[in-house]
Design a protein around this ligand. Structure first.
Ligand code: UDX
Length: 429
C-alpha cells in the first residue's frame, strides 16, 4: 500500500519506519531540519532499534517537508502530530487541524485517515465531517490510538499488547487488515470499537497507569510513617495478577509527554461533561506534591534550610535512557530546592541542553555533564531518574566523590542493603 504519515515525532516516525518494512511510506513533517536529517538517513530519535530498521527499510521510505510531495495519490494517511496541553488543560488541536487541512487540500482519491494523535473524545467523528466538508474525495476516519513507551517503542510496536480501532458505523475493516497483514498469526488482539470508545481507551489506559503510580506514592508516604518498605509492599501486591507488578515503583512521580498531559485532558473533559473524576484529580495532585515533599525531606535532613548546601541532582530527563525533558519531575524538584536556598548542580549525560531551555534562571543553578564532577564536594546527591549509569553507581562511588556521602534516591533504584555504609534516604522505606 502507499501510505503517508503526517507528523514525524515519536509515534509518527516509528510508525513510518515499521510500516516501510511492508508498504511504501511517505513521511511529512513541517520541521525542515528534521526532514533534512531524515533524508540523510539520520534517525533523529535515540530509540533502540530505530536506526537499524530505518537503514533496512530505507528503500521504501521517503521524507519531505512539502505536503504536496507526500499526500497526492495516497489511499491511507496516518496523522501523528502532537496535541500539546493548552492553557486550560484541554488538548491543543492546532497541528491536528493543520494536518486535516493538508489532507483535504492535497488528497486526490478516496482515503482512509487513521488518527494516531491523542485527541479529545469526539474528535474522530468531527474530523471525518471536516474532511468530507472541505476535501474533494470521500474520507473515512479511523481512531487508532498509540500506546508506545519511550525506550521500548520499536519492540513495543512489533509486539503490541493490543491494537485498537475505532471505526465509524458501516466502515470496512479491509484497509486495516491490509495495513497490518504482517501481524497475522502473531496472536495480537485487534479490538474494533466505536470511535468514542477508542479515544477513551487511550486516555483511560494512560490515566490508569498514572493512577497506579500516584497510588503507590501515597502508600510510600504511609510506609515511611509506619516503618514499612514500599518496595516490599509493591513486590507482593504485584504478584496478584489482578494488580500486576508494573507501574508500582514509588518515586518522584511521573513526567514525560503523555501522562501529565493526558491526566489533565481527561480531567478537563470529565468536568466539562459533568462526570468529574475524583481519582484523576487525586492522581494529579499527588504527582504534583511528590517532588515538593522530597525537597522538604532533603531540607529537613539539613535542619530546615539548604542555605550554603550544594545539592547535586542526577538525571534531568523524565526517565532514564532518553533526552526528553518534557514535564520532567526534576523541574519542580530543582525549583523547590532553589526556593529553599540550595546551591544546585544539575547533571545529565545528554539532556542538559534540552533541560536548560525551560529551567529557571538562577545564579545558584549550575550544570555539569560529568557525573563525578557533579557529585564532587556535594553535601547531598539526589537521584532524579532511573538512568542505567545511575543504577550502576555503588556506595563506594559516593564515598569516593563526597566528603560525607548523603544520598537522596528519588527513584528507589538501589537496594537498601547495598547502601548501608552511607547516609541513604529513599522513598517509602
Ligand atoms: C507512557 C506510557 O507508558 C505509554 O503507554 C503511553 O503511550 C505514553 O506514556 P512514556 O511516557 O514513554 O510512556 O513513559 P513511561 O515509561 O510510561 O513512564 C512515565 C513516567 O512515569 C516516567 O516519569 C517514569 O519515571 C514514571 N514511572 C513509571 C514511575 O514513577 N513509576 C513507575 O512504576 C513507572
Amino acid at each position: 500500500m502507499d501510505i503517508v504519515v503526517i507528523g514525524l515525532g515519536y509515534v509518527g516516525l516509528i510508525d513510518a519506519v515499521i510500516l516501510a518494512g511492508y508498504h511504501q511510506v511517505a513521511g511529512y513533517d513541517n520541521n525542515r531540519d528534521k526532514i533534512q536529517s531524515l533524508q540523510k538517513g539520520e534517525p533523529v530519535l535515540n530509540e533502540p532499534g530505530l536506526s537499524t530498521l530505518m537503514a533496512k527499510n530505507a528503500g521504501h521510505l521517503f521524507f519531505s517537508f512539502n505536503p504536496s510531495d507526500c499526500i497526492p495519490g495516497k489511499a491511507v494517511a496516518l496523522i501523528a502530530v502532537d496535541t500539546p496541553e493548552s492553557q486550560n488543560g484541554s488538548a491543543d488541536l492546532t497541528h491536528f487541524y493543520d494536518s486535516l487541512d493538508n489532507i483535504a487540500k492535497y488528497g486526490d482519491r478516496d482515503m482512509t485517515v487513521i488518527i494516531r494523535s491523542t485527541v479529545p473524545v469526539g474528535t474522530n467523528r468531527l474530523a471525518q465531517q471536516y474532511l468530507n466538508n472541505h476535501g474533494h474525495c470521500h474520507f473515512t476516519v479511523i481512531s487508532h490510538p498509540e500506546f508506545l513507551s519511550q525506550g521500548q517503542a520499536v519492540s513495543g510496536i512489533q509486539k503490541p499488547y493490543r491494537l485498537v480501532f475505532g471505526i465509524p458505523e458501516g466502515a470496512s475493516k479491509n484497509v486495516i487488515n491490509k495495513l497490518y497483514a504482517f501481524y497475522r498469526g502473531k496472536k495480537i488482539p485487534f479490538i474494533y470499537t466505536r470511535p468514542e470508545s477508542a479515544e477513551l481507551i487511550k486516555y483511560a489506559s494512560n490515566n490508569f497507569l498514572a493512577l497506579k503510580i500516584s497510588y503507590i506514592n501515597e502508600i510510600a508516604r504511609l510506609a515511611e510513617k509506619i516503618g514499612a518498605d514500599v518496595t516490599e509492599v509493591a513486590a507482593a501486591m504485584g504478584l496478584d495478577p489482578r494488580i500486576g507488578p508494573s507501574f508500582l515503583n514509588a518515586g518522584l512521580g511521573y513526567g514525560g509527554s503523555c501522562f501529565p498531559k493526558d491526566t489533565k485532558a481527561l480531567n478537563w473533559l470529565a468536568d466539562k461533561k459533568h462526570a468529574p473524576s475524583e481519582t484523576l484529580k487525586a492522581t494529579i495532585k499527588v504527582n504534583q506534591e511528590q517532588p515538593l515533599l522530597f525537597a522538604e525531606k532533603i531540607a529537613t535532613h539539613f535542619g530546615g534550610t539548604l542555605s550554603g548546601k550544594k545539592i547535586a541532582i542526577l538525571g534531568l530527563a523524565f526517565k532514564g535512557e532518553t533526552t526528553d525533558v518534557r514535564n520532567s519531575q526534576a523541574y519542580p524538584l530543582i525549583e523547590r530546592l532553589l526556593e529553599l536556598k540550595a546551591e544546585v548542580v544539575a547533571y545529565d549525560r545528554s539532556a542538559i541542553g534540552q533541560f536548560r531551555k525551560k529551567a529557571p534562571q538562577n545564579s545558584r543553578l549550575a550544570y555539569s555533564d560529568e557525573l563525578f564532577a557533579a557529585m564532587k564536594g556535594a553535601d547531598a546527591v539526589v537521584i532524579a531518574n532511573d538512568a542505567r549509569e545511575l543504577r550502576n553507581l555503588k556506595a563506594a562511588d559516593f564515598v569516593a566523590a563526597m566528603e560525607k556521602p548523603v544520598v537522596f534516591d528519588g527513584r528507589n533504584i538501589y537496594k537498601l542493603k547495598d547502601m548501608i555504609s552511607i547516609e541513604y534516604n529513599s522513598i517509602g522505606r
